[in-house]
Design a protein around this ligand. Sequence first.
Ligand SMILES: *Cc1c(COP(=O)(O)O)cnc(C)c1O
Length: 226
Amino acid sequence: MSDIAARLSGIKERIGYAAKDVGRDPSDVTLVAVTKTHDADTIARALQAGHRIFGENRVQEAAAKWPALRSSWPGIELHLIGPLQTNKVRDAIALFDVIETVDRPKLAQALAAEMARSARRAACYIQVNTGEEPQKAGVLPSDADEFIAHCRDELKLPIAGLMCIPPLDEEPSLHFALLGEIARRNGLEILSMGMSGDYEIAIRQGATHVRIGTAIFGARPAAPPA
Ligand SMILES: *Cc1c(COP(=O)(O)O)cnc(C)c1O
């Protein structure tokens, strides 16, 4: 068994324990393996271990790696977990099954137009800036209800859930609880929250999707310039 296969199975076990701890079914929690900065050979080891659900944060990087992997491995589900510029919406819809980072009207509009044009649907999650950090993407919590309604009712986007990235220096559980509350009052079932350092906390607070990179693939090299 490769290191990656061993770490994947260890994490899946811990996901199961955390879910059962709060009376949830472990199969209600989906592991999105985050492969940003990792090459195709590394990703292939996770595929070999049977994993099929992955996350990338840059459209261009994903476009360079995933079409070839998809043609070799059936059943891949790819999530965009990084900021999306409107000029990359066409590529993003061609590549990704889930866009987790819908965060502003202009982007929502562009996604709706591209889905209509291409007849390809990607499930959409709305990113909420729960910490109200100025440098971070995401709709503010106080604007979330209105933005969700706009996306669903006017643009007819397939909004499936919410996503957040809590501030690094704060207790994540307050942010997870806030995201859960916004989802509940808007009738949304998917909660993408929790990363390598806090996924068990997130699961105890209702995460349906955890996005884990470092704990599976090891530390990432420094990001290339944007
Ligand atoms: C990189 C990234 C992750 C994974 O983070 P790790 O700490 O490596 O598990 C999760 N979510 C988003 C949005 C990311 O950019």
